[in-house]
Design a protein around this ligand. Structure first.
Ligand code: ATP
Ligand code: MG
Length: 412
């Protein structure tokens, strides 16, 4: 029965995989908090328009990847494919009050209908950072620094490199776009079919085409920064100076672009060679036009999203799960007392497993399977003496310990 399998590109997360993902989220949450970012969790589904309008009908996400459905009330809804538009919608809805800038952190599942492969799923997870209402280049610097610090705290900083670029302001960008279209039109016949379509709809995207033939053409294309006006140059210079001041290494990649019109100025990516084709772990940029395009007041924004699965794969070691203590009643008469002991230890902060059934031998076997360090055996004799038998499951030794010194014994 197919319906008993998880849907292609989705997983039941347990054990080490889940612990890795939780470690990524907890680390990011702590550092985001230290930077003064407030956590927000937006709904898993929204009106489809929230994503369709800003991302555009021609973007891959909207045209091919978005999970869209009509609900029972006839509304067109979409499973959240990314955080940025959702957070901007929440901002426009008045979720964060009026004081700008607003600094946001989020972590949660995203949904895209893609071909599943290593590091590419249909339900995946992102951590996300957004700053709304700050037009200053130092906001770009802070947002990138926050990403870099999270990668450092995860111990993956050596595995990734920061690439940086600027698209300039809308005026510079428009001037460049015209020059690029003119250049690409001359080479139209030699472009890949995909890039011919991009040329019509989204010419900047041709710059990051993976096709060999396209790359050769792109190598000779006019460069974005030669079309920068003074303001765009100054903005980019300040971002670079800020990163230098904070000791954050980067390389400028003039081909790093975002195709969507509401992106301006800074774009950046942290990439790795350790994950094969899915090399981008964290990607972001400035989107000063987005909130206005969604129908809100013109408000600048900058942020990034990072793939939790990809980060989890980069972690050198998986966080350990806590090893339980197992309480084992010896004989039916001490079952209730054993359960009460388990409760008492849990209240004192210990991780305690209680197995419900089986003889002592079977319970000890389960304890070993659980990775328990100690089994606490409690029979009528121990009860009468106010003791518990502590069995060290690693050493095999056991000793009777008075209840009053049990906590100290387990801590040691
Ligand atoms: P890619 O080029 O890998 O398709 P993207 O440009 O679509 O990425 P963004 O929308 O910028 O990605 O999302 C930010 C990050 O989320 C990516 O850098 C990646 O780490 C992660 N990500 C995106 N799509 C997926 C997916 N289908 N499965 C797992 N992680 C993903
Ligand atoms: Mg994608």
């Amino acid at each position: 029965m197919t319906s008993l399998r998880p849907v292609r590109g989705t997983h039941d997360l347990v054990g080490e995989d889940l612990r890795r993902q939780r470690h990524v989220i907890e680390t990011a949450r702590q550092i985001a908090e230290r930077y003064g970012y407030q956590e927000v969790s937006t709904p898993i589904f929204e009106f489809a328009e929230v994503f369709a309008r800003p991302l555009g009908e021609t973007s891959d996400v909207v045209s091919k990847e978005m999970y869209v459905f009509t609900d029972r009330g006839g509304d067109q809804l979409a499973l959240r494919p990314e955080y940025t538009a959702a957070m901007c919608r929440a901002f426009i809805s008045g979720a964060f009050g009026q004081a700008l800038p607003v600094k946001l952190f989020g972590a949660g599942p995203m949904f895209r209908y893609e071909r599943p492969q290593k590091g590419r799923l249909r339900q995946f997870h992102q951590i996300d950072i957004e700053v709304l209402g700050a037009a200053e280049p130092l906001a770009d610097v802070e947002v990138i620094a926050l990403g870099a610090r999270i990668l450092q705290a995860l111990g993956v900083a050596d595995e990734v490199a920061l690439e940086l670029n600027s698209l300039g302001d809308p005026v510079s960008r428009q001037a460049y776009r015209s020059a690029l279209v003119a250049y690409l039109a001359d080479h139209r016949a030699n472009l890949s079919a995909d890039s011919q379509t991009r040329l019509e709809r989204n010419p900047l995207r041709v710059l990051d085409s993976k096709d060999e033939g396209d790359r050769a053409i792109v190598a000779e294309a006019p460069l974005l920064d030669t079309y920068f006006n003074e303001e765009s140059q100054a903005f980019f210079a300040e971002v670079k100076a800020g990163l230098h001041a904070l000791g954050i290494a980067f390389t400028v990649n003039p081909k790093l672009v975002r195709g969507l019109d509401y992106y301006t100025h800074t774009t950046f990516e942290f990439t790795t060679t350790a994950l094969g084709a899915q090399g981008t772990v964290l990607a972001g940029g400035r989107y000063d036009g987005l909130i206005g395009m969604l129908g809100g007041p013109q408000t600048p924004g900058i942020g990034w999203a990072a793939g939790i699965e990809r980060l989890a794969m980069l972690l050198a070691t998986a966080p350990e799960s806590a090893r339980p203590v197992v309480v084992v009643p010896v004989g039916p008469a001490s079952e209730l007392a054993a359960l009460a002991l388990a409760e008492e230890l849990r209240a004192a902060g210990h991780v305690v497993d209680y197995g419900f059934r089986g003889k002592v031998g079977q319970r000890l076997k389960r304890a070993a399977q659980q990775g328990a360090r100690y089994a606490l055996l409690l029979g009528e004799d121990e009860l009468a003496r106010g003791e518990v038998v502590v069995r060290d499951l690693e050493q095999g030794a056991q000793e009777a310990v008075p209840r009053s010194s049990l906590a100290a014994r387990l801590a040691g």
